[in-house]
Design a protein around this ligand. Structure first.
Ligand code: NAD
Length: 265
């Protein structure tokens, strides 16, 4: 039934983040940095978390050139005590945190039989444990306030096995991020805290830079991507804004593919 209410929704307002504060891990580079820019342009106050102090400094300066004032904290997401400490400091300074984007992550390519113990542990520690520590630290605050939106960076690599490169650690970690997203979403749904994940295909960032320079990888990737190109960070950041904003208010536990059609074939 079509609803003709007296005051119809104002759709631009549903994408408006004015007055909200948004924490972005991995905010110094790639998808995280672009998400900071997008969230700030839509009105949010951005707070960047990253383990790379020099990159954080450059990011804050670049944002300032665009009239975006951002706070930044150096933190390694694999350290739960440090994450807890930073979360308390950010919440105290901001008064409230409304949005969390978990973008910190790494990828390592190796066949299983050649994967060093330390590499497996590191990929799991950053991509899975880090997402858990940060979500728990800020999620506790969001649950108490009964308000918040968390956006995790999953991957098409958590949905399908990639080729031709072998990367069991990365694919397993992103599958775990997707399931963590659903677990958090269902635990916190009644607390008005939404948790969703994006599953990007190949995106033009630092993470894929060396891989894109290898034709034996890149040509297969493009052949397997119906749109025949890599995505831009802005094409992911736009969806971050959507999932962070009231425009997606009935979405939680969703894994949203943005992959140029990669997972359609
Ligand atoms: P990127 O390398 O450009 O940025 C990652 C950022 O995370 C860096 O600033 C890095 O310093 C930070 N980081 C890494 N480990 C950290 C730690 N332990 N603590 C704090 N910060 C840490 O990568 P990107 O391409 O922007 O990737 C962002 C996210 O998107 C990752 O989770 C990645 O797995 C996911 N993703 C990327 C692609 C892609 O093709 N680029 C595709 C799908 C998913």
């Amino acid at each position: 039934m079509t609803q003709h209410t007296q005051s119809p929704p104002r759709y631009p307002q549903r994408f408006d983040l004015t007055g909200l504060s948004a924490v972005v891990t991995g905010g110094a580079s790639g998808i995280g940095f672009e998400s900071v820019r997008a969230l700030a342009q839509c009105g949010a106050r951005p707070i960047l978390l990253d383990r790379d102090a020099a990159a954080l400094e450059l990011a804050v300066a670049a944002l300032r050139d665009e009239q975006i004032e951002a706070a930044a904290h150096e933190v390694d997401v694999t350290d739960p005590a440090a994450v807890q400490h930073v979360a308390q400091a950010v919440i105290a300074a901001e008064g409230a945190v409304d949005v969390l984007v978990n973008s910190a992550g790494i990828a390592r390519l190796n066949r299983v039989l050649e994967t060093p113990d330390e590499e497996w542990r590191q990929v799991m520690d950053i991509n899975v444990n880090g997402t858990f520590w940060v979500s728990r630290a800020f999620g506790r605050h969001m649950v108490e306030r009964r308000s918040g939106s968390i956006v995790n960076l999953g991957s098409m690599s958590g949905l399908v096995v990639n080729r031709p490169q072998a990367a069991a650690s990365y694919m397993t970690s992103k599958g775990a991020v997707h399931m963590l997203t659903k677990a958090l979403a269902t635990e916190w749904a009644k607390d008005n805290v939404r948790v969703n994940a994006l599953a990007p295909g190949y995106i033009g960032t630092e993470m894929t830079l060396a891989m894109r320079a290898r034709p034996e990888l890149f040509d297969v990737w493009m052949d397997m991507t119906p749109m025949g190109r890599c995505g831009e960070p802005a094409e992911i950041a736009s969806a971050v804004v959507f999932l962070a904003s009231p425009a997606s208010s009935y979405m939680t536990g969703s894994i949203v593919s943005i992959d140029g059609g990669y997972t359609s074939w």
